[in-house]
Design a binder for this molecule. Structure first.
Ligand code: SAM
Length: 340
């Protein structure tokens, strides 16, 4: 399949190394901006102007771009959204993605609502690693946060994924003061009895979400709370590790991780790029700057020319985000449009 694509004329220095000498090998691909939940911290207040089908990259366009990224040095792909499982015909797309040589790591982030219906097919399409968002273990609170009374279905999907041997299953918990902070210990406790990696994520105030928090909740405070469950032992970092600082309780089946984009940002080691469903490349999650790849692709640019557009965007990747110095809402794009 790869023979269909012209070989890119790429010398090693053209590869995805940015001006801060960061080696970018990880691409997050949002395949839709639509979602079947309305998480109050994620969706925009002004409600979602969904993109038309024409504006969204077709699967063959996504695969084409991903091959170009692969030729430039991307080896790790995460499929996200909106909610990726709401997009029609995702399974054949995942299978084709899995067949692309050079992509060593293929994962998906989902809210889990449609997981049970898709698990067998997702597994046979080559996905082994899942991130599932779960901000509450209490059905009523889950309903309040997501706008949908579907906790049980999501939870059953998570247990079914565990039973089918997906590993690791990372449970993403965005820590929100006054909303789920009373549940963080229960979430952490899950790691004792299940092989889940519970990842506490600091809320990033971007887009015009409906959320009004009186005070942010940062990792040191979360860590202090859940340390009441027992001593946390650091887990050695793996080669493919992301920004999470990882720990484990004694004899626990799973792990605890902290992702602290605000209190301890990890820009210096950021290896990520993001492709939005509308075909824009974002080199920093916390910057509104984006580069159009869809127009060059649709106007018949060669792979080399598209690669040149990508390389020139990479050169502009911000050294560091400045969210700490900005007011909430100054990053206009909602997370639901970028993919997290
Ligand atoms: N629909 C999928 C899901 O719910 O996992 C994938 C898309 S969602 C945008 C990806 C991740 O971004 C989720 O884990 C979500 O909790 C996280 N997220 C969304 N808005 C956020 C925010 N403002 N701050 C921190 N994390 C956020």
């Amino acid at each position: 399949m790869n023979d269909m694509f012209e070989k890119l004329d790429c010398s090693p220095q053209d590869r995805l190394i940015d001006r801060s000498n960061r080696h970018l090998n990880y691409l997050r691909v949002s395949i839709t901006d639509r979602c079947n939940l309305n998480c109050k911290y994620c969706l925009p207040f002004s409600c979602h102007s969904k993109q038309s089908h024409h504006d969204i990259l077709r699967y063959e366009e996504l695969l084409h771009l991903i091959r170009i990224f692969r030729d430039l040095g991307i080896s790790k792909i995460r499929i996200t959204g909106g909610e990726p499982l709401v997009r029609k015909d995702i399974i054949p797309f995942l299978s084709q993605l899995h067949e692309i040589n050079g992509i060593d790591d293929l994962a998906m982030t989902t809210n889990g609502l449609l997981l049970q219906d898709h698990l067998v097919k997702i597994k046979s399409a080559g996905i082994r690693r899942l991130n599932i968002s779960l901000d509450s273990l209490n059905p009523e609170n889950y309903h309040r946060i997501t706008g949908h009374d579907v906790f049980q279905k999501v939870w059953e999907g998570i247990l079914a994924a565990e039973k089918m041997g997906f590993y690791p299953i990372k449970i993403n918990v965005v820590a929100l003061r006054g909303i789920n902070d009373h549940e963080l210990i229960d979430m952490a406790r899950l790691s004792l009895s299940h092989p889940f990696h519970i990842r506490f994520i600091e809320y990033m105030p971007i887009g015009d979400s409906t959320l009004q928090l009186e005070k942010p909740l940062f990792t040191p405070e979360i860590l202090e709370q859940i340390s009441t469950l027992g001593e946390l032992y650091p887990v050695e970092r793996g080669k493919m590790d992301g920004p999470a600082r990882r720990f484990r309780f004694k004899n626990a089946k799973g792990e605890i991780g902290f992702i602290s984009p605000i209190s301890r940002h990890f820009c210096r080691t950021c290896n990520r790029l993001r492709l939005t469903a509308g075909g824009f490349l974002r080199t920093c999650l916390l910057s509104d700057h984006q580069t159009d790849l869809k127009t060059p692709l649709r106007s018949g640019f060669s792979d080399q020319q598209v690669a040149d557009v990508i390389l020139s965007a990479i050169r502009q990747k911000p050294t560091s985000h400045d969210l700490n110095s900005k007011q909430a809402g100054q990053i206009a794009s909602p997370m639901s449009a970028i993919g997290g």
